[in-house]
Write a protein that binds this ligand. Sequence first.
Ligand SMILES: [Zn+2]
Length: 449
Amino acid sequence: MSFRDRSRETAAALASHLILAAAFAASAAAQERLALVGGMLLDGYDVPPLHHAAVLIEGERIVAVGRAAELEIPPDARVVDTSGRVMIPGMMDLHAHLAVLGHGEYGRWFSWIDEEGVDIEEVMEISAKQLLLAGVTTAVDLGAPLEASLAVRDRIARGEVPGARLLMAGPWITRRVSFWPENYQIGVSSPEEASAAVERLAEAGVDVIKAWVGLTREDYRAVADTAHRHGLQVHAHVYGPDEVKNALEAGIDVLTHAGSAGTPPYEPDLLRDIVVAGRPVVITGAHRVWVFPATVEFPERLQDPRLRDDLPAAMYDELQRSFENFHTLPYFQTTARQMFFGDASLGQWIEAGAVMGMGTDSGTPMNFHTEALWRELKAHVDLGMTPMEAIVAATRVNARILGLADDLGSIEPGKIADIVVLRGDPRFSITELNEPVVVVKDGRVYRRD
Ligand SMILES: [Zn+2]
């Protein structure tokens, strides 16, 4: 079965969630009309913009796109004036961790949650809201407790709480059980156990499978084959060239982190095989190499008011305590090595023309959901992508990688209405992606103020 066929199956599986969401939205909104009028439109393709544009939405879908002067806006439509602004498709993050909020140290974070009796679903809902208001209308969570993951995903899909549309992996599958809490990981010691773990997750209703470290080539194959039988994709956390090669050859769908851990660039043969196979790569390049120096230069970013807005006071205080000596945090001890190889190892994919999605590892230390994605796009631009290529990767390419391109990733009639309104032109400065003024998801309007 080809990647494309599998993508369709995934799309079909996901469509059932989307249809469910649509049914709720329809009963609540009775096909309300919404029009975004006046701004410049970047529709998700790498083409010149449409100036003074308008987008007409009915219920959760876009029904018309054109020049504001020419598009007829029905009198009953609610109009959001986007004059002087820029409209882009809702962005997607292919690698997020909603159970963490950027706290400096995982061990301390999870023991603090336990001591305070914090419900992990509350944390994940905060993360989902932060992502949404940052313009991330769809996110893939690659590692969290199973029941909480599905419950938060479904509450958001039903419109009960605001948040990015979520695709959930639940716990990851690994041969190397780490210090993370037990319910974040499934330890296996054979391909049969790996396959059984995928079966359990698929039956529970996850959207994707996450493979973590230590797996053999046979494990990867068992995971990929079982997941594909259920119409699910596998995202594998891979660093070393042997892991990358094994994952590629076993049919893993998305290679995540490849090239980002301070490893030298891969051999030309391996790089070429990945590019020729069209296998998507998500480098998660910014979370140490860009985020750490940015914090050294501007430590005030750790007190971003957006963090204070969304977090209960005690949680905000605990985050602040964890940043007191951020230079010494264990998470950043490999940063120097990563920076040494950074440009070559991350840039190799851009130069070789790989299919590159955008994912951030958001939620990892100091890598906040409020801004992880624009920092990742900035890293890609610094490495050689044009700003438009980076935006297209975070929207249309990401949607295609997930098999959701029929519904998401661009601003076109028939697509789900996920639209982000920016103050200025991101083609001139990609930092315009920080702090969107309006976010529309499923045809509903959200904004931070
Ligand atoms: Zn991760």
